[in-house]
Design a protein around this ligand. Sequence first.
Ligand SMILES: *[C@@H]1O[C@H](CO)[C@@H](O)[C@H](O)[C@H]1NC(C)=O
Length: 966
Amino acid sequence: MAAIAAVAARRRRSWLSLVLAYLGVCLGITLAVDRSNFKTCEESSFCKRQRSIRPGLSPYRALLDTLQLGPDALTVHLTHEVTKVLLVLELQGLQKNMTRIRIDELEPRRPRYRVPDVLVADPATARLSISGRDDNSVELTVAEGPYKIILTAKPFRLDLLEDRSLLLSVNARGLMAFEHQRAPRVPFSDKVSLTLGSMWDKIKNLFSRQEPKDAAEGNGAEPEARPGDGDKAKETQEKAEKDEPGAWEETFKTHSDSKPYGPTSVGLDFSLPGMEHVYGIPEHADSLRLKVTEGGEPYRLYNLDVFQYELNNPMALYGSVPVLLAHSFHRDLGIFWLNAAETWVDISSNTAGKTLFGKMLDYLQGSGETPQTDIRWMSESGIVDVFLMLGPSVLDVFRQHASLTGTQALPPLFSLGYHQSRWNYRDEADVLEVDQGFDDHNMPCDVIWLDIEHADGKRYFTWDPTRFPQPLNMLEHLASKRRKLVAIVDPHIKVDSGYRVHEELRNHGLYVKTRDGSDYEGWCWPGSASYPDFTNPQMRAWWANMFNFHNYEGSAPNLFVWNDMNEPSVFNGPEVTMLKDAVHYGGWEHRDIHNIYGLYVHMATADGLIQRSGGIERPFVLSRAFFSGSQRFGAVWTGDNTAEWDHLKISIPMCLSLALVGLSFCGADVGGFFKNPEPELLVRWYQMGAYQPFFRAHAHLDTGRREPWLLASQYQDAIRDALFQRYSLLPFWYTLFYQAHQEGFPVMRPLWVQYPEDMSTFSMEDQFMLGDALLIHPVSDAGAHGVQVYLPGEEEVWYDIQSYQKHHGPQTLYLPVTLSSIPVFQRGGTIVPRWMRVRRSSDCMKEDPITLFVALSAQGTAQGELFLDDGHTFNYQNRHEFLLRRFSFSGNTLVSSSADPKGHLETPVWIERVVIMGAGKPAAVVLQTKGSPESRLSFQHDPETSVLTLRKPGVNVASDWSIHLR
Ligand SMILES: *[C@@H]1O[C@H](CO)[C@@H](O)[C@H](O)[C@H]1NC(C)=O
């Protein structure tokens, strides 16, 4: 039995982990990630070389006599004290309080990769002018910006200041390291082994011997090279270049990486005075607040298919977004390191290890250092291209980031409903039974999903002829229920001369190539597979065209797509991915583009779905791999998690970290992908998922069936209730996504985004907010009888959405819970729209009347918005067919007005009820609409809860009206 289970379990594993998994099953050990399959920093030669450099004086210096100030940028050459290789620094002031820094070689042997297609446009620049200058530094002022930049020549550093306070410094710790390209050399077998680190020691000696004072204070008169030093330097340089271990070839396990272009890594450090809390750089199965990495492994960004990932460590996972946010009481900043190569991020802090008490003592005695966090980025290739987003508030940072990489695509309404998936629904009859199961058990569901077994021998764009012989009938049946289907389309293509997709890609030369020019082949689900080169625009166009209904046979308008394995996953490749010396379009190495490959797959698929509808319909595509900008193409999920309580908990910080860097449409597999959840865990996971943006249950092939109705009735009821809560809040979710799409603000937010001055929220990750209105504290412990909920905000009031009980902030509240409880609070001061009749799917509900839940603040005010359109086309954009309504309550009057007069929509949707929390009992309630006489509304007031319910205002949602409590 064990052997059979292990064989069946093979599907998602690399061959090596298979062996271990097999042993694990036989010996009955708990399965976990096999860490030895993945590199540590020490095993990644560039990371090791970069990290061996210690803080100190930088060997780089700016040559101020080369400084040029153009209308859009300042350029200046940088040189390395030893190698003398020239680099060019390009500095730009950007509008909206941003600065861009690029560093490249002045005369590279070969151009270095600059990441395309991530920025939505060339960022608008703000003019820089020189406002001060001395021998060793230049002071720059950014037009209309509140801040200045000081460029220090020797040692090279940049400081950004606002008024007199230092916001951020670049290379202040001297960790900049730029491996210039050099001529290949024959392997050199000298006894002298010189790493970048020991080279730095040499440099330090040079400095301390010859210019002890000048180096620190700067000395513009320093000649560029002294005759004597030059020779010595050259010698040092040559030795350094010959002997760096792993520089010209590197082996990991059985995989060898030929490095035809030698070492090309780049690294730079950023110091953030006053900052102690940093976030972002997903994807890691780790805490929301980033940890100090000194003495341990840095956070790694390298898209990888990690089998049974482990929690609370900085190992790389499926996606990468090289964006970091720093937060303090008075300031927020962001750093966006635009580089698609393997990247490591080190975080250090001068207060690490100090207790809060210790810090308080320091503060009281005035003896503490200013807290400071230092961030060091290290990438294997490409250039230094970094955007400093200077806030000052976190909302400003969100806007700044959105102006660079775009906002979340507006999802079709159905995709905010519930998704039912497993690997795999066996056949068409199985799909239809599951579909019927939802109706039979009075549970809403929008989408059923098919994993890899639906295709004919893992040949994507086809259907298994015996199990899925009539896909169009199946799709039509689902359409009659107003439901959708999602089918998987992965980017590994079966090498099979009878498979049209393979034949065409091979004939058109659209596959990724090996170093010697043949088509790259690896192992994946279909066996031997090749990988389309999605970095090639022609390839993306070809792929997009495959989604036309006549090319993708058996597809229909209610079929949507899921891209898995797009890191890319290669079972027999190094670290389960592609060889770094594989060759892409334009001659770039896989090394250069690795982290953006998955984004391109996502982009091409989303384009395909748009094109098949003639540009009318909005796509829905889920992707496992992602990069900066992936938010523009759809949803992502946290990959192959496990049915364990800790995996349930970690879904919060994992999705929050993504939300902070622009990817709002995130979810975790409900129930856990691996293993069988106990019923209580499954219920708690539905309750969590109902309040996370992407809500999909999914499960491994080996797991038992777990459609909700297979559970005992008390569990079923709790799940039905969670589904109902999700569906009734769909108008709120949809509005939040519209706001995210317009403004770049996250849908799911850490509490500190709303309460930036409340330090107790800075590390909080067991509760979160949706927009600025709902606070969710999901139950994530087995056998819980209660939870400690923190309700923040001086003068804030919070209403329990179930009991309407009112609580004052700030306080920690012990809330008893039962199996069916999901602690959710609505913030006083907000208005949340809902649909109160839950039906089969969102499509059946979208013209239903709206109920407004008005939660009054302590001052008796509230506001909120509602976005409505047809739910699935681009007409909201192209024809302004939408409504954005604003509701605001003050002075005992609720007013509905248009928040965007551009929009117009004919809609039958009307307001059926208004529930006002925190209201006294009025003598009368009067409705006023334009052109009609005043009318009295019937109402009910509950003195115990202070809830006032206004019945049947009956006004169309598009109209202007007001309701007066008298
Ligand atoms: C730029 O910064 C200033 C001062 O810190 C702030 O007042 C202004 O709102 C910011 N502008 C943007 C567009 O973020």
